[in-house]
Design a protein around this ligand. Structure first.
Ligand SMILES: Cc1cc2nc3c(=O)[nH]c(=O)nc-3n(C[C@H](O)[C@H](O)[C@H](O)COP(=O)(O)OP(=O)(O)OC[C@H]3O[C@@H](n4cnc5c(N)ncnc54)[C@H](O)[C@@H]3O)c2cc1C
Length: 348
């Protein structure tokens, strides 16, 4: 494993909102969650590491014009074994205060919640070491050579040889692909998370998303983190905080969450990171069409934490067995974009 940073989880993983959920609209994504969430839920029992999983839930606030479609997705989630509760807007207010104007109802996922991505990554690194995985940190891949039966990876003067390459470099995946002359249909978009000053309410707010606007929030200790993903922005490695966007988020969300009118902001505690985004906001998992020994696992938008265990399994089966047999990942192949596959509706 070669990583350019000096420690694991310094890329998007350490910048995430750390949410995990089963509430998706396509069978493809629901099965990734249904494989992954039990691993997070039982991690300590199975592997002996605390990864900070807490079932604080995801609460989706659904406007009238999405309600029927949303209930169809809930039926699909439940048919695949996912626990999801349907609530009326009054019941949902036991979790967090909001104005129910325009809302038909809400859904709550009791398995959904958060993990600590740093703790989870460090657990996997430790477990990998016991299996003999070599981790090379502070080792940026600078050049890649194709051999007849594998690859040579260069990091400055250091050289590694391998049979397969797994390109799991997130927002940087297209750049890494280009080092081998391969196209990877993924690019970076900056995403920001804003943090409030401490609030008085002792409740732990679930990761609550207003589907009418896309605005979301959840508790972070005695504070609230909140945001609104700007997926319409152009691709690019733009850096730093955009405080105008925070004003936009607050103005967009204050009608739903009127208490935001009094919310203090912790500017120093707010942060930004990159989404790795494909044309349909779903990941690209599979053999790159340009070379059978190159596997891409990238482009997860806001779902890479929650779908990491399933992705790891799929990639390992591809390499060890030549095909993925536990999960159905055809919908994440490279050539799907021109085809008529189901597009995920719950992208946030
Ligand atoms: C603000 C924000 C909120 C999010 N919220 C959630 C959420 O609630 N739930 C969720 O599931 N997901 C969320 N995500 C998305 C999630 O963080 C990502 O999908 C996930 O972390 C992707 O993991 P990764 O390992 O593919 O990428 P990364 O964690 O970015 O890892 C890629 C690694 O590749 C390394 N690299 C790049 N180029 C090279 C090179 N040339 N040589 C060597 N190494 C290289 C980088 O240094 C980096 O460490 C969020 C993301 C952001 C930014």
């Amino acid at each position: 494993m070669v990583e350019q940073d000096i420690a694991p989880a310094m890329g998007s993983t350490g910048k995430s909102a750390a949410g995990v959920r089963v509430q998706f609209t396509t069978p493809a994504n629901i099965q990734l969650s249904m494989y992954s969430l039990p691993i997070y839920r039982d991690f300590t029992q199975r592997h002996g590491y605390d990864i900070g999983y807490r079932d604080i839930g995801y609460l989706l606030l659904v406007p009238h014009d999405r309600w029927d479609r949303h209930l169809e997705s809930v039926a699909l989630q439940q048919s695949m074994g996912a626990p999801v509760e349907v609530l009326d807007p009054i019941e949902a207010q036991r979790y967090v205060a909001f104005d129910s104007k325009g809302l038909a109802g809400a859904t709550y996922g009791p398995w959904d919640g958060i993990i600590d991505p740093h703790m989870a990554t460090h657990a996997w690194v430790s477990m990998g070491k016991t299996l003999g995985v070599e981790y090379h940190l502070n080792t940026p891949v600078t050049a890649i050579e194709r051999l007849h039966e594998g690859w040579v990876i260069h990091s400055g003067d250091t050289v590694f040889q391998c049979g397969h390459i797994v390109n799991a470099t997130g927002a940087w995946s297209a750049d890494v692909g280009r080092l081998a002359g391969l196209e990877v249909p993924v690019g970076p978009k900056r995403i920001q998370i804003f943090l409030s000053a401490p609030i008085e309410d002792p409740r732990t707010y679930p990761l609550t998303i207003d589907l009418a606007t896309g605005v979301y929030l959840r508790s972070e200790g005695d504070r609230v983190l909140f945001g609104l993903d700007n997926l319409d922005q152009d691709f690019g490695f733009s850096e730093g905080m955009d405080w105008d966007w925070m004003e936009h988020v607050l103005l967009t969300g204050v009608d739903r969450f009127p208490w935001w009118g009094e919310l203090g902001i912790d500017r120093k505690g707010s942060w930004w990171g990159y989404y790795a985004v494909s044309p349909d906001n779903n990941p690209v998992i599979g053999v790159n069409p340009g070379d059978p020994r190159w596997i891409d696992a990238c482009g997860f938008s806001g779902h890479g934490i929650m779908h990491a265990p399933a992705t790891g399994l799929a990639v390992s089966e591809l390499i060890a067995d030549g095909h993925v047999h536990t999960l159905e990942i055809g919908g994440f192949r490279h050539d799907r974009f021109e085809t008529n596959i189901a597009v995920e509706g719950n992208i946030f």
